[in-house]
Design a protein around this ligand. Structure first.
Ligand SMILES: [Zn+2]
Ligand SMILES: [Zn+2]
Length: 200
């Protein structure tokens, strides 16, 4: 059984299905801010452009739950990020849009024995992130600056892996879902970080 682990070895999620459903780049400010916050607490330094990976939300076994803690960047924030409170590896992220079919991870921010042969399908929220550095990474994949225009959202949703990721689950998980894991914690800590604040 393949798993997601933290770096210090305290936390582990065993996955029913370890092949990710989707891999994509994200240039949004929240992804960057969450990763920078974790780095400031001792977690890994984020890459220039975060590479997101979406796993089926079906966890057969959880180890080290007492070392995991859920956070929101702001009270109004829709994403809940779970970190290891010892090494600040990312354990996973939930968002209402995921419908508990998947949960999110970020490459380089967790340890694993999973090999990723899946290729990136898209790059999203790139409006503030276009540079020569990102241009080198983003060869041959569709780029979406924002989803302010419904046509862009529609175009993104026509990508098969995207459509298969962001839909309601076809059957209940055989283990626990990531959302059920979050619900088992006493509370979610709100970090009250400033919107889009740059690193200090
Ligand atoms: Zn850890
Ligand atoms: Zn993002």
């Amino acid at each position: 059984m393949r798993s997601i682990k933290c770096f210090c070895g305290a936390c582990e999620l065993m996955l029913k299905q370890s092949t990710p459903l989707l891999r994509q780049f994200c240039g949004c400010k929240d992804c960057a801010q969450g990763l920078r916050w974790a780095a400031s607490k001792g977690g890994p330094k984020p890459k220039f452009l975060p590479e997101l990976i979406y796993f089926k939300s079906d966890i057969t076994c959880v180890r080290g739950e007492m070392f995991m803690k859920p956070y929101k960047l702001r009270k109004s924030g829709s994403s809940t990020r779970v970190y290891c409170n010892k090494c600040y590896a990312l354990i996973g992220v939930d968002n209402p849009h995921y419908q508990d079919n998947v949960f999110l991870q970020v490459l380089g921010h967790f340890a694993t024995d999973i090999e990723f042969s899946i290729k990136p399908s898209a790059a999203i929220f790139m409006a503030h992130h276009l540079s020569t550095q990102s241009a080198e990474i983003l060869v041959d994949i569709p780029i979406f600056n924002s989803f302010d225009n419904p046509d862009d959202l529609h175009r993104w949703m026509t990508i098969t892996s995207v459509r298969d990721t962001f839909k309601a689950p076809e059957r209940p998980p055989s283990g626990r879902s990531f959302r059920e894991l979050i619900a088992s914690f006493e509370s979610i800590e709100v970090l009250n970080l400033q919107v889009g604040a740059e690193p200090t």
